[in-house]
Design a protein around this ligand. Sequence first.
Ligand SMILES: Cc1ncc(COP(=O)(O)O)c(C=O)c1O
Length: 434
Amino acid sequence: MTLAEGVRPRLAAGALSEEEVLRLRADFPILDDERLVYLDSGATSQKPLAVLDAERAHLLHENAAVHRGAHALAAEATERFEDARATVAAFVGAEDEELVWTGNATGALNTVAFAIGNASAGRGGAEAARFRLVPGDEIVVTELEHHANLIPWQELAARTGSRLRFVPVDDEGALDLEEAARVIGPATRIVAFSHVSNVLGGVNPVDALVALARGVGALTVLDACQSVPNLPVDVKALGVDFAAFSGHKMLGPTGIGALYGRRELLDALPPFLTGGSMITTVTMERAEYLPSPQRFEAGTQPVAQAIGLAAAVRWLDAVGMARIAAHEAELGARLAEGVAAIDGVRLLGPAPGAPRVGLASFVVDGVHAHDVGQFLDDRGIAVRVGHHCAQPLHRRLGVTASTRASTAVYSTRHEVDLLLEGVRDAVAFFGVRS
Ligand SMILES: Cc1ncc(COP(=O)(O)O)c(C=O)c1O
């Protein structure tokens, strides 16, 4: 039994207590180092022992090529690989066949964009015609996207002659829904947006955007990278057509991510990458493709990583996503309130009190984010500095860079307080206050 499983029966609901978090941290040996205050989980999370154990056990005892070999070991590896798919699919409310393994969220978003590009180039036959983009069509994103959910759409627009438009944000980084209703119109074919901003930590109005997209018959693509680790996510309840997330941000390994797609859409889309393991018949002239998810999984797959990700999901489930969401909300509020209360520091994104996960970016007046990061690092506090792969959003907010602190299930209130103390000291050190 992992510590996460041990914690659950004794707990009812609500945020995790500090003591419970401290118990859970025993599953993360990297956090034993008392000098480390890890507040960069939005970039990548730490991994519990259960994930490492699952990968190691697989590599030691079950390693073989999946969906290829006729021998018993290959069958066992295949079964474990497909079990992992079922576990991760169920975690986000999807059917097994609706979950495609990718290398990361970037790979998942590019898979949809390139598949639609291939359909637009005439691939995929009559079934794929519904995805075809032509000049005059529009793709809508938002101004707060991570580059991974912006550049693939810029490229798709350039390849198809369609037009990329965006829903702007206000000074607090909130999406302007009145403008969204104007931008999303009869020419819109795709609306791609993030569930939770990786810069602001705020939860975006998925329902409203899905309703606007559906109203004009457009497909929706959700970047769920920062929500799946922090909130209960049910892709069916959200009503999106596609969703992307990364294993390494949700306690899982690097090198594994997932694309959710409604089954009828995935089966009708032409593939992006082509090669082995995704075909039924191949002649020297042409190939027939397997249905989803295999048609999007060309080549040898990240098997151990998928098994590791399933172990991460079981760990998260054992704690309970509702409790993790409450924990994140509490830490996020503590971060936002604490940062906003420091003179000479500007909190980006929603004002304290608005829903956010445990993530907050801020700017210390007159001090470059890299200097703030260095100051904090000298105290063992690990944060992210820069534009966090969201240059247009930073530009809109009138800054070139910010400092971002982000939490995970293993983060404590005490760590947030150490960060706040560090920021206060940075303000004093750099002489921002007169
Ligand atoms: C909101 C968001 N989308 C997409 C990505 C890309 O994730 P990956 O680099 O794992 O592909 C990230 C990673 O920072 C992110 O935060």
